[in-house]
Design a protein around this ligand. Structure first.
Ligand SMILES: NC(=O)c1ccc[n+]([C@@H]2O[C@H](COP(=O)([O-])OP(=O)(O)OC[C@H]3O[C@@H](n4cnc5c(N)ncnc54)[C@H](O)[C@@H]3O)[C@@H](O)[C@H]2O)c1
Length: 350
C-alpha cells in the first residue's frame, strides 16, 4: 500500500475493495464553491482519481467546475449521485451544517467520503459520521490541510523523534485579519461556532496529532464577539478566543484564534512545541495564508528546517484519493476527528 505521510502510518484496516488496487477511483463532488473546486482541481491535476459527477445547488458553480473536469456529468442532488453504482467516493465541500448528514448518507450508500472540516458541528455529529464509516468499512477523510504542508511534516517528525525531550508546552495561534464572507458562518446553529471551529480546529488537531492524541484532562476558554465576552447560549459566534488545554502528560496547550483581528498583517498562523531539549515551530511567513516555514529552536538559535514554495492546499484530498485507490477501507485514525471535536465542545462549554 502506498503511504505518503506520517499520518498514514498508524493502524489501518485494509480490506479488499470493489476496486482493484492501483485503479483510479471514480468520485462525485458535492459543493464546488471556493474550496470544493480548489480540491477537485488538485485531484484532477494529480491524476489520482476520475471526477465522475458534480452536484451543487448553484448551477453556475457546477458549470464552472465542469470546465476543469470536462469528462464529468452534472447531477441534481446527492441522492442522484449516490444512485450511481460506479461511484467509489464522495468529496463534500458544502457549508458546515450539511457535512455530517451528507457524509452519513454517502457512507451508508457504500461510498468513501472526503469531507471539508469541520466534519460535524459538535462531537455528537462527528461521532455519528465516524461510526457510519466504521460500520460500512469505508475510508473517511477530513481536509485537515495543514497536516500535509511540508513544514508541518518536518515539525511532526521532530516531535515524534523525541529529540525535544519532554514536550511541556504547545502554543497555537491562528489570527485571520479577515472574517468569512458567507452569512452562515455567523449563525451558530449552521456553523457550530466561530473562529475556533473554523480555524482553531486545524491547530488543535496539529497539536494532538503530533503528541499522539494524549488524554485531555481539562479545558478552559474565553470567547469574545466584537470585543465583548460571550457564551454560546447567546446565539452569537466568537470572533476571538483563547483556550488552555491541560493534557494527561502534564503539558499545556494554549490556543489563540480570531477573525478580523487588527493584527497588522493578513494572518498569523503558528504551532510551536517547547520541550526540555528545545523547540520546533510551524509558522507562516510575512502574514501569508500559503507560505509556511518549519524552524528548530536551540536556546536563542533558530535553524530553518523547511521553506516555501510548497503546493500543499489540495494535498489532503490527493492523499485520501491515493489511499482509496489502494483499496483502503475504514481507518481507525478517523477516531481522531472525534477527539478533536471533544476538545472543541469543551472550549465552547457544551
Ligand atoms: N480545509 C480548509 O482549510 C478549509 C478552508 C476553507 C473552507 N473550508 C470549509 O469548506 C466548506 C465550504 O466553504 P467554502 O468557503 O468553499 O464555501 P462556498 O460557499 O464557497 O462553497 C459551498 C458550496 O456548496 C454549495 N452548496 C450549498 N448547499 C449545498 C447542497 N445542499 N448540496 C450541494 N451543494 C451545496 C454552494 O452553492 C457552494 O457552491 C466550509 O465548511 C468550510 O469550513 C475548509
Amino acid at each position: 500500500m502506498h503511504q505518503t505521510t506520517p499520518d498514514n502510518t498508524q493502524t489501518t484496516t485494509a480490506l479488499p475493495s470493489a476496486k482493484a488496487s492501483g485503479t483510479r477511483p471514480k468520485l462525485g463532488f458535492l459543493g464546488v464553491g471556493w474550496i470544493g473546486r480548489n480540491r477537485m482541481e488538485a485531484i484532477v491535476k494529480n491524476k489520482v482519481a476520475d471526477v465522475a459527477c458534480i452536484a451543487d445547488v448553484v448551477p453556475q458553480n457546477t458549470s464552472e467546475a465542469l470546465k476543469s473536469a470536462p469528462a464529468a456529468v452534472a447531477v441534481n442532488s446527492l441522492d442522484a449521485m449516490l444512485e450511481r453504482s460506479d461511484l467509489d467516493g464522495v468529496v463534500i465541500a458544502t457549508p458546515s451544517a450539511f457535512h455530517a448528514e451528507q457524509s452519513i448518507l454517502s457512507l451508508e450508500a457504500g461510498k468513501a467520503v472526503f469531507c471539508q472540516k469541520p466534519l460535524g458541528r459538535n462531537v455528537e455529529e462527528t461521532r455519528r459520521v465516524m461510526e457510519a464509516a466504521r460500520a460500512g468499512n469505508k475510508l473517511l477523510g477530513v481536509d485537515l490541510s495543514y497536516r500535509h504542508t511540508a513544514a508541518m511534516q518536518q515539525v511532526y517528525q521532530v516531535v515524534q523523534s523525541g529529540e525535544l525531550g519532554h514536550v511541556y508546552a504547545v502554543e497555537l495561534v491562528f489570527h485571520n485579519a479577515y472574517g468569512p464572507d458567507k452569512a452562515w458562518f455567523y449563525e451558530p446553529k449552521l456553523s457550530g461556532g466561530g473562529c475556533v471551529i473554523d480555524l482553531g480546529v486545524h491547530l488543535v488537531d496539529l497539536a494532538l496529532w503530533s503528541l499522539n492524541f494524549p488524554r485531555v484532562k481539562e479545558v478552559q476558554s474565553s470567547l469574545f464577539a466584537k470585543g465583548k465576552p460571550i457564551g454560546m447560549a447567546e446565539g452569537k459566534v466568537e470572533d476571538y478566543a483563547t483556550a488552555n488545554i491541560t493534557l494527561g502528560t502534564g503539558a499545556n496547550i494554549s490556543l489563540s484564534c480570531s477573525w478580523n483581528l487588527p493584527a497588522g498583517q493578513e494572518a498569523i498562523i503558528s504551532a510551536t512545541f517547547y520541550g526540555t531539549n528545545g523547540g520546533v515551530a510551524f509558522k507562516n511567513m510575512n502574514g501569508s495564508f500559503y507560505d509556511f516555514v518549519a524552524e528548530r529552536y536551540h536556546g536563542t538559535k533558530a535553524e530553518r528546517l523547511c521553506s516555501p514554495p510548497d503546493e500543499w492546499s489540495g494535498r489532503a484530498g490527493v492523499v485520501w484519493a491515493e489511499r482509496l485507490a489502494s483499496g483502503q477501507g475504514f481507518d481507525q485514525q478517523a477516531e481522531e476527528f472525534v477527539k478533536v471535536a471533544e476538545v472543541l465542545d469543551k472550549i465552547y462549554g457544551r
